[in-house]
Design a protein around this ligand. Sequence first.
Ligand SMILES: *Cc1c(COP(=O)(O)O)cnc(C)c1O
Length: 447
Amino acid sequence: MEKIPSNIPYKTYLNEHDLPKAWYNIRVDMKKKGIDINPLLNPGTMQPVTLDELSHIFCTELAKQELDNTNQYIEIPGEVQDFYKMYRPSPVVRAYCLEKVLGTPAKIYYKFEGNNTSGSHKLNSAIAQAYYAKAQGITNITTETGAGQWGTALSMACGYFGLDLLVYMVRCSAQSKPMRKTLMETYGATVIESPSTTTKVGQAMLDASPDNYTGSLGTAISEAVEVAVTKPNTRYELGSVLNQVLLHQTIIGIESKLALDSIDEYPDEVIGCIGGGSNFGGLIAEYMHDKLDGKGNAHFIAVEPESCPSCTKGEFRYDFCDTGKVTPLAEMYTLGYDFMPAPTHAGGLRYHGMSPIISKLIKEGYVDDVRAVDQVSVFAAAEQFARCEGILPAPESAHAIKVAIDEALKCKESSETKTILFGLTGTGYFDLYAYDKFNKHTLTGSN
Ligand SMILES: *Cc1c(COP(=O)(O)O)cnc(C)c1O
């Protein structure tokens, strides 16, 4: 292969003192444009949920962040900044070898979030959520995990702050990635396969439908919320979808913009995978800020799996965030709270709904494009990327890689020198079962 010219920065690292001191609350600028999201509703009264009601599920500071559409920047607590310093700022990498292999005139950059033990961006919000719980004197946390990245991230965060964590893990993921469970237990968490007999809602699902046996994120959420609202001094924490999670993940986008600004780059296209929308919301944050202010015009592309096409096939309406109907109603793109996605290997993208913020930005045309891609072509893209760029991507991240490659090939045809930025949200070391199926040609669109 050709040598990389020495004047091309391969990785753009920020210094520790560049680490952002505040998260960006995009709702403030959305509201200025008249596109604020509609409130969460209490399903019992169909009235907007109050801070008091939300504070029974989440710790109070996080409930406040969930409802906040007035503070444009929210300071990152010192202890969270200190934890961030252990693995951030994360690098922006020029995918120079991928460009060469594709023969594209496009410049491809990716923001790499897999540089911590959880193997994904999820730690960015986990550590913040654990911090606020600890600060409030909460002792017990419950959550769900699909692929296992969120459960691992929150285990790390709760382990760090000495909180007791109970994780409901979607059964099909628990069985295809047993080592994830070991990892969570190593950090001190208790892991239960969902649906389970430990909650009323889990037991009801098992009784009602044996088909539900493989589980879903929606069901696991119901179980975790049930425990949180019935056990003393316990709160629930969620790894995506919520406004608070998108807020914490803006550290990805703030760092990306600082890094690319430092080498005089501004992306024409920003591409990310969407499960609940948090990494994408985080990655696009400052570029969307520019777009809302009329100062920039990046093209935003969100990528979802064909097997769980919330935004390309779903409806924009109020729906429950979980299968057991115990959570508030959110206005979002949804396939219906009872949608059971096929047990594909991008577990982190198997969710029936979409972040209300991202849903609204799609609805209003600020996110330009949403694409649904099939699992086999996603793994082909993952393999191509791994072979030239070295990093083994998470299957979720590979959705963004697939579309980044498609876009770079379009540039080749049209001889356009676009700058493409995509989010490489995590690594795929726990997904080798799926990679093995791909290698043996037994991977299908749905299994
Ligand atoms: C959870 C996860 C996703 C999807 O979640 P979002 O909230 O949409 O970002 C993507 N990539 C990885 C590696 C994940 O763990």
